[in-house]
Write a protein that binds this ligand. Sequence first.
Ligand code: AQP
Length: 333
Amino acid sequence: MKRIFSGVKPTGHLTLGNYLGAVRQWVEVDQYAADALFSVVDLHALTVEHDPARVTRLSRQAATLLLAAGLDPERCTVFVQSHVDEHARLSYLMECVATDGEMRRMIQYKEKSVRARESGQGVRLALLTYPALMAADILAYATDEVPVGEDQTQHVELARDLAVRFNQRYGQVFTVPKATHPKVAARVMDLQDPTSKMGKSHENGSGIVYLLDDADTVRRKIMRAVTDSGREVVYDPEVSPGVANLADLLAAATGCRDVAELAATYDSYGALKKDTAEAVVELLRPVRERHAELAADPAYVEKVLRAGAERARGMARPVVDRAYRAIGLLPAF
Ligand code: AQP
């Protein structure tokens, strides 16, 4: 059976982008099709300025939301990255295999380091080495596929390169993974700035639909989405990115596969927004309701995370031990 690994960072409240770009695919397809692991990758949240109490809170919330969205702990492994030491152990080996140039080429590093500098904070070294940790997350589990939104493709490709390089130099240890993406909404754009990704750590929340937003907030944000001055509804992400984003959201929320055809059935932006808003409200309703139930039962969520970490540790340890031996480290006595 193939192995799948993916994760979500507790850097902010989970968004519609996280849901459509990643989590929904994990819930609807991946947990049935593979031996799948899904992680709240909390170590990655420390690569930028953070409030410790907030990261703790968001980690718990993210885990609860993954279960609320439909991950079934009987079918897949749900755990928190920092509960499994193997991620940090293997990350160091990845840093020893990767080059400084490879890390600096990563688009996310370029964007986030500019943001950190502009806000007067230093750029944390961990922001540069982030892809080494992400490669470790993936490779520790002999992962075949990594279901992610399009923004993560470059990092998964680097993990592939590092796996191949390690195997060639030190012997066959790692499975070479590949990224997979949903067919629709692999890149959900910000409603107020449709040329940039809907990202959970962006400052301005009015362009972002959070999974826990109430129905009226979701409606308001979508009804106020930026479109353009044209009138005709045509699906063209280059010319009308805001309209295309709304059509993508409507298609993803209603299960429609032909976005352009769907867009062509509308004769006004207002009608497109209204239907998109209602479709998104209905899509998120069960997630929000289930989250409220699970948040009232933290002991259950903790039990799931404890069992998940134990299982993940058992899977990762032999792979990481093999990598330590292959690279020349003396086994512990
Ligand atoms: N807008 C998006 N469209 C499609 N997929 C997306 N993902 C994230 N945003 C979108 C996918 O969700 C998974 C988890 O994402 P993450 O937690 O690694 O990253 P993030 O939400 O983008 O959070 P950051 O990096 O803290 O955010 P920003 O961009 O706000 O600086 C991944 O599979 C991701 O592809």
